[in-house]
Design a protein around this ligand. Sequence first.
Ligand SMILES: [Zn+2]
Length: 43
Amino acid sequence: MPEKKKKKVAKKTCPQCGSTNVVYNRQSRDLVCNDCGLISPVE
Ligand SMILES: [Zn+2]
């Protein structure tokens, strides 16, 4: 049977609004939500 690899953070989602319209800022190492504007730092 086909085995799907599931990563814990396969798809980044906004913890505030749940949107997947988030981008990763490599310079500041932050995730920025394009929907609500939330900026959350990534480990
Ligand atoms: Zn958001």
